[in-house]
Design a protein around this ligand. Structure first.
Ligand SMILES: [Zn+2]
Ligand SMILES: [Zn+2]
Length: 266
């Protein structure tokens, strides 16, 4: 039995996080974690795509910061990863990124439901008012399903992100979940229990218990992430996430080294 690895954390290179990787690592050791992974927002082909990610020219600097943390904390396993934005027809760019460094895993995330709207961006919150929320959820899950099918990712990030600000349409969303989780199972990717939702308006872990239950029935593996944007957020709310996973029936989480998966009991 061990505390699950925290596989989702950022660095100041994404321009909306604070604290250096060595500080995140120190925090991890202080709270008893034995493994973490850095998964900062991946660069886009165009650096001016948005203002919440590193430039492409900073990718080596990012890897260097993670390597420094690995050197300073030999007692902690520190994985090298990225949180990569998935866009339909954007697969070539993700393959180019994958070839640049010996990554341990890629988290595939959908934030954008069009080329200009990231649904979780607080600065674009008013966009929700102009949209039908079920349509947004549907487009989001279509993209998430494609991300799972692409085989470019070991993990799919914050599965039900559209709930972040509390937008929950009345329509039955279970067909969206089923299609996505079938794709995840078929292509062998895991989903994360991402605790940052507990700190947002929705006040819930991503994904909801309903989604996690379907994932368990389909034997989709899980891992855990705090989505820390500051050192004190490392491992935050992990007891709640572990308890949710256990209630649903999960007994193992997955780990990745050089994109190969293993399982550990928790
Ligand atoms: Zn994200
Ligand atoms: Zn993140």
């Amino acid at each position: 039995m061990s505390l699950p690895a925290d596989y989702h954390m950022h660095t100041p290179l994404c321009r909306h996080a604070s604290g250096e990787p060595v500080e995140y690592a120190k925090r991890a050791v202080d709270i008893g974690l034995t493994e973490i992974g850095f998964s900062d927002h991946s660069p886009m082909r165009q650096d001016n795509f948005d203002n919440w990610r590193m430039n492409f020219s900073q990718l080596d600097e990012y890897v260097g910061k993670v390597r420094n943390a690995q050197k300073d904390f030999p007692q902690l396993t520190i994985r090298l990863a990225l949180e990569v934005d998935y866009f339909p027809n954007g697969e070539d760019w993700i393959r180019e990124l994958a070839a640049r460094h010996p990554w341990d895993y890629f988290i595939g995330s959908v934030h954008y439901v069009s080329d200009s709207w990231a649904i979780d961006d607080p600065q674009k919150l008013s966009e929700w008012k102009t949209r039908d929320s079920f349509e947004v959820w549907s487009i989001y899950f279509e993209r998430l399903t494609k991300a799972a099918e692409s085989k470019l990712f070991e993990i799919i990030g914050h599965t039900d992100l559209p709930k972040k600000f509390g937008h929950k349409p009345n329509q039955d969303r279970s067909p969206l979940y089923e299609a996505f989780l079938d794709a995840a199972k078929k292509s062998g990717c895991a989903i994360e229990l991402n605790t940052t939702g507990l700190r947002k308006d929705c006040k819930e872990i991503y994904p909801s218990r309903e989604i996690l239950q379907i994932a368990f029935q389909k034997s989709v593996p899980i891992c855990f992430g705090s989505d820390a944007h500051a050192p004190e957020e490392v491992g935050m709310n992990f007891p709640e996430a572990i308890s949710l996973a256990r209630k649903v029936g999960y007994k193992e989480f997955c780990q990745f080294e050089k994109r190969k998966r293993t399982f550990t009991k928790f």
